[in-house]
Design a protein around this ligand. Structure first.
Ligand SMILES: *[C@@H]1O[C@H](CO)[C@@H](O)[C@H](O)[C@H]1NC(C)=O
Ligand SMILES: *[C@@H]1O[C@H](CO)[C@@H](O)[C@H](O)[C@H]1NC(C)=O
Length: 809
């Protein structure tokens, strides 16, 4: 049997291209080769030609295909006598890796029965790409892995056979890894990835690679898988602080817990290797007590207690440590900023207290030290002193001030000062401090005592008892203490020629003026003394005041009858001629009262009269006048008693007897008065009365002579006294104290000198002044009724010669 073989190769990609098949036609046996995956209906072979049959035979023989398994991939077209693809033929499904891959079936003919075996070889086409089992391969590789480390990869699978099967692999990129294809003992191949360069998680944490498998078909098909390499961290990085030195300023009054700064360190490692804890290194010293660092966050906070004045800068050494123990260190420099938190402090270094009021201006009173712990403007201090004070403050050295007086002081105006010193710093807001110095001004004796009045007048009743208080003078001294302790002294002036101290004394303590003795108005009506007030300063200061002491009259003297002269021995009679008319002035009773004023205002009254109807007495002037015509029947001898009374309270009086003779001739009078005085036995003895009258006249003459001499003598003494005392006393008339108290009313004889300015008769001449020679004239007291008081007074007067009568100025 001839065997024909056709070969046909399709060069195009289309499976539908009909190829020439190689067939071996044996008796009854044909082989065809077709590529897999031909479309349905594609021609597989022409059995009419290849088996040598004709169409008729096919039809008559009812040709059909017989397969042993049920699937018919190939069908028979009887009309054309061709074999066609009936179903999709997948070589990989039919035969997998078995090669060659053939379909076997029989073509059966009847009438006569014929069997023809047909083999159809299915040829592989490259219809599969290499395939990996996984889409992605994950690796976790420590960055500390060393080069050469191997990591096995999946193999790809390609169902095609022959050249269409898997042929090679590539890896991309190949920066860190190389690909290695290895064969196992059984000839199978596998791939590995080999670390070429070390990994660094910090630079690239994940590597993406692609493994591609290629087959040998044409066109070539590929399959790929992604490889993900995650680099696992290793603690290969130390923490790093963001700055080598941190600088920060902080107010000293920052509260407890205030954030100072947050330091940060970074660690490129991951996880625990990158977890950083912060701490102060031990070398930070005592700053550790003042600051706190949060180990996790790196926040540095204060613990309070910052004080610029103590520490102005802190240096904190800080460490950052990761869990792997790697560290970095840095430094935080904290500059404390001053806050005006300290008031100035004033301390008194020295203080002169008290100071005398006569301290000169610019006298230093106090030295002060003023400090402010703050710095800069906060510590710049200005000092000032309260307003309206006579003091000033000025700097004497840095931080030192002196307080001085600015003007003269006067303790009498202001004895104490509160000097308030204010120190204020220039911070904002500023602090200020006050200090008050209480300065006492000590007294200096710069004020003399001053009397309340420059001159005083005191009244004192005469006959005062010695020691009686006359007046109190008072002086004030503005100074204080001893400088104001006043003593009073009587200045030793002459009062009417004698030392004032004999009349007056002054209580040194109280200033009370006392009479040393009893005064007599009739002697001294007033006098001046000076009282000195002296303080107890050293040296003492003094001033004086004049005191006029006016002695007031008391009715201590009874009127004194000057005329008619009363004498125990002589009988004087006024003669009234019988021819006298009504109102004839018989005589005038002249009396004086050494008192003054009302006490010396005299009135005259007729107390007794022989014939009351004949005479009257002038109440004011003491004139005795007839009130009716004298008649012959009137007795020659008339006797009148006149009372002289002063107006004092109580009043004092004196009586005087006046003899009046009503006669026309002297003998008649004589005869009458002989009888009048000496009874009847001298009645006619006219001669005797003449002699008696002569004797009386002579006696009066002698008395007058003595009186003139006394006055002369007295004047001489007075002039000497005036010369001594310089007083300007006017000439004073005196009257001799020669008047006896006729009425026995207690009127006294005195050695005083009396001032008399009366006329005996307004119609006659004025009474002439008669002056005693001296006070040593003997009293011609005839009454003997002088009281003890008067006697003493007289004695006193004689003793101390306090005998002038004031001039009535
Ligand atoms: C000074 O201050 C004291 C106490 O505050 C006060 O008693 C006194 O009266 C003051 N003196 C003067 C002169 O202001
Ligand atoms: C008395 O004081 C006056 C002024 O007050 C003075 O002129 C006179 O000298 C003083 N007299 C004596 C004795 O001190």
């Amino acid at each position: 049997m001839a065997r024909v073989q056709f070969k046909c190769y399709s060069r195009s990609s289309s499976p539908l291209v009909l190829c020439v098949f190689v067939m071996a036609v044996a008796r009854g046996q044909v082989r065809y080769s077709i590529p897999e995956e031909m479309t349905k209906g594609s021609l597989v072979g022409n059995i009419v030609q290849d088996l040598g049959l004709d169409i008729k035979r096919l039809k008559s023989g009812r040709a059909r295909i017989f397969t042993e398994d049920s699937r018919e991939y190939i069908g028979l077209n009887v009309d054309k006598g061709t074999l066609i693809v009936k179903e999709r033929i997948d070589r990989e499904e039919l035969c997998a890796q078995v090669s060659p891959c053939s379909l076997h079936f029989q073509i059966i003919l009847e009438n006569p029965m014929e069997l023809h075996r047909i083999d159809v070889e299915i040829l592989d086409i490259n219809d599969h790409a290499p395939v990996f089992a996984r889409k992605e391969i994950d690796f976790q590789i420590s960055e500390s892995a060393l080069p050469g480390a191997r990591f096995s990869l999946d193999s790809a699978h390609d169902p095609d056979t022959g050249t269409n099967a898997l042929k090679s692999y590539t890896l991309n990129p190949t920066d860190n890894f190389d690909l290695k294809v290895l064969s196992r003992n059984d000839g199978s191949k596998y791939v590995e990835m080999v670390l070429k360069l070390p990994l660094d998680r910090e630079t690239q944490e994940e590597h993406k690679l692609t493994l591609t498998a290629f087959d040998g078909g044409n066109p070539q098909r590929t399959g790929s898988v992604r490889i993900s390499v995650i680099v696992i961290d290793a603690n290969d990085n130390a923490p790093v602080f963001s700055l080598p030195v941190y600088r920060v300023s902080l107010f000293e009054n920052s509260p407890n817990g205030a954030l100072v700064i947050k330091v940060t360190a970074t660690d490129n490692d991951r996880g625990a290797n990158g977890e950083i804890t912060y701490s102060f290194s031990r070398s930070s010293g005592k700053a550790l007590d003042l600051f706190h660092i949060d180990t996790n966050t790196g926040e540095i906070t204060t613990k309070g207690g910052l004080d610029y004045e103590r520490v102005k800068q802190f240096e904190l050494n800080i460490d950052a440590t990761d869990k792997g123990g790697l560290t970095d260190s840095s430094k935080v420099v904290i500059d404390i900023t001053d806050v005006n938190d300290n008031p100035p402090v004033i301390s008194v270094i020295s203080f002169s207290n008290p100071i005398p009021e006569d301290a000169a201006p610019e006298t230093v009173i106090a030295m002060l030290n003023v400090k402010d712990l703050d710095s800069g403007r906060n510590g710049q201090v200005k000092c000032s002193i309260g307003p309206n004070l006579p003091f000033k403050i000025r700097p004497s050295a840095p931080n030192f001030y002196s307080v001085t007086t600015d003007q003269l002081l006067d303790r009498e105006k202001i004895s104490e000062y509160n000097i308030t010193i204010t120190a204020i710093d220039e911070g904002s807001p500023s602090f200020s401090t006050n200090k008050t110095l209480t300065l006492k001004i000590s007294d200096v004796n710069d004020n003399a005592p001053v009397f309340q009045r420059q001159s005083y007048t005191a009244y004192v009743l005469e006959n005062n008892s010695p020691g009686v208080s006359v007046l109190s003078v008072k002086a004030h001294d503005k100074d204080s203490g001893n400088n104001a302790r006043i003593s009073y002294f009587l200045e030793d002036v002459l009062v009417n020629g004698v030392s004032a101290s004999t009349c007056i004394s002054v209580n040194a303590e109280s200033g009370e003026i006392l009479a040393v003795r009893s005064f007599d108005y009739e002697q001294t009506k007033e006098f001046n003394i000076r009282v000195k007030a002296q303080d107890g300063g050293s040296p003492p200061l003094s001033s004086n005041a004049s005191v006029k002491i006016i002695i007031q009259d008391q009715n201590d003297n009874a009127p004194q009858v000057l005329y008619p002269v009363q004498s125990g021995v002589s009988v004087v009679a006024e003669i009234v001629p019988r021819s006298a008319d009504v109102g004839y002035l018989v005589t005038k009773v002249v009396a004086v009262d050494v008192d003054s004023g009302q006490n010396a205002w005299l009135s005259y009254k007729l107390q007794k009269a022989t014939d009351r109807a004949l005479f009257e007495v002038g109440l004011q002037n003491g004139e005795i006048r007839t009130v009716r015509q004298v008649t012959d029947k009137d007795a020659v001898k008339q006797r009148l008693t006149v009372v002289v009374e002063d107006n004092g309270q109580p009043s004092r009086s004196a009586t005087v007897n006046v003899n009046v003779a009503v006669a026309d001739s002297f003998p008649e009078v004589l005869s009458e008065f002989t009888d009048f005085t000496h009874d009847k036995e001298y009645n006619d003895n006219l001669t005797f009365y003449l002699v008696l009258a002569l004797a009386v006249v002579s006696f009066l003459f002698i008395v007058s002579i003595i009186a003139i001499l006394s006055v002369k003598c007295y004047r001489w003494r007075r002039e000497r006294m005036f010369y001594k005392s310089g007083a300007n006393l006017p000439v004073i008339p005196y009257y001799p104290p020669l008047y006896a108290d006729v009425g026995g009313t207690g009127t006294l004889q005195h050695v005083y000198n009396y001032e008399v300015c009366r006329t005996t008769d307004s119609r006659k001449s004025d009474l002439k002044y008669v002056r005693p020679c001296s006070e040593s004239i003997i009293s011609l007291d005839t009454s003997g009724t002088q009281t003890l008081t008067h006697a003493q007074r007289g004695k006193l007067n004689n003793d101390d010669s306090f005998d002038q009568v004031s001039s009535g100025e």
